[in-house]
Design a protein around this ligand. Structure first.
Ligand SMILES: [Zn+2]
Ligand SMILES: [Zn+2]
Length: 254
C-alpha cells in the first residue's frame, strides 16, 4: 500500500477480471460517459492526483484517541470525562475538500465505483496509524472488521449500503476478516438532525446480528461528526460480547 501512496486512486476500470463482452461494454460506457475525477471532473481517474494531494490527512500521533480530532496527542476537551465504548478512534483526514465532494459523489451522486477509492483511503489511514502511532493503539489490536450500516431509509433511497461496499474492499487491505455484525433501525437520516437529535437517534439504534463474542473489532464509518454514531454502534457490539471495539472513519468534522 505504501508504494502506491502517490498514485491517483481509481483507474476507471468498470469491470475487473472481465470477459470480452464486458470489455466491449466497458469501452462503450467509457465512450458515452468517460471516467472523471469525482472532485474536479478531470477525465481519466475517479480521484485525480491533484485532488488526492489536497486531502488534509490527520496525523494519528497527534489526534484525540476518543474522537479522532487533530488536537494533539491528548484527549480533547469535548471527550474528556465523557464515557466511550471505543478502545480508540481515529479519522484518516479532515472533512475538508475534496473529501466531502468524494463522499457526496459516492453516497448520493451514483458513482458506486468510489467504494474502491474510499476503501483505499481508509486502508492508507489504518496502515499509517499503526506505523506512526502503533504504541498509542496497542491496547486494542483488531482481529475482524465491522461497519456502521446504513439506515433502512438511506438504503432504500440509495439502493445500497455504502459502508458495506467499502468494508468488503477494505477488509483484505487491512488484513482483517469482514464481519457483517450490525443492523440499523430508525427512519431519519442523521444528516438532517441536530446534535441532540443525533445523540437520541444513535442511542439503542443498533442490533447485533452476528456472533461477536470475544472479538476485537475495527468498526468503520465514513464521517465522524459528534462521534455518537460510532459510539452507539460500538456500545451495541460491546453489549453483545465484543471484547473491544476500535473506530476508524474516513473523515472528521471539527
Ligand atoms: Zn480531481
Ligand atoms: Zn476528542
Amino acid at each position: 500500500m505504501g508504494a502506491r501512496a502517490c498514485r491517483p486512486l481509481g483507474d476507471g476500470t468498470r469491470t475487473a477480471g472481465a470477459r470480452p463482452w464486458d470489455l466491449l461494454r466497458e469501452a462503450a460506457l467509457e465512450l458515452l460517459s468517460p471516467t472523471r475525477c469525482a472532485c474536479c471532473e478531470r477525465p481519466g481517474t475517479l480521484l485525480c492526483a491533484d485532488c488526492l494531494a489536497q486531502v488534509d490527512w490527520i496525523d494519528p500521533a497527534q489526534a484525540c484517541l476518543r474522537c479522532g480530532a487533530p488536537f494533539g496527542a491528548v484527549t480533547c476537551t469535548e471527550c474528556r470525562g465523557a464515557p466511550s465504548a471505543l478502545a480508540w478512534c481515529l479519522a484518516c483526514a479532515s472533512y475538508e475538500e475534496p473529501v466531502p465532494q468524494l463522499v457526496r459523489a459516492y453516497k448520493d451522486g451514483g458513482e458506486r465505483r468510489l467504494d474502491a477509492v474510499i476503501a483505499a483511503l481508509l486502508a492508507r489511514g489504518y496502515v499509517r496509524a499503526w506505523r506512526e502511532a502503533g504504541a498509542r493503539l496497542a491496547g486494542c489490536a483488531p482481529n475482524a472488521l465491522a461497519f456502521v450500516p446504513a439506515t433502512g431509509a438511506a438504503y432504500r433511497r440509495r439502493g445500497f449500503d455504502h459502508m458495506e461496499a467499502v468494508a468488503r474492499l477494505l477488509a483484505p487491505q487491512a488484513g482483517l476478516p469482514l464481519l457483517d455484525a450490525l443492523a440499523k433501525h430508525g427512519r431519519s437520516d442523521q444528516r438532517e438532525a441536530g446534535r441532540e437529535g443525533r445523540l437520541a437517534q444513535a442511542r439503542g439504534a443498533y442490533e447485533v446480528v452476528a456472533d461477536v463474542r470475544g472479538r476485537h473489532l475495527l468498526l468503520v464509518d465514513d464521517v465522524i461528526t459528534t462521534g455518537a454514531t460510532l459510539n452507539a454502534a460500538a456500545a451495541a457490539l460491546r453489549a453483545a460480547g465484543a471484547a473491544q471495539v476500535a473506530g476508524l472513519a474516513l473523515a472528521r468534522v471539527w
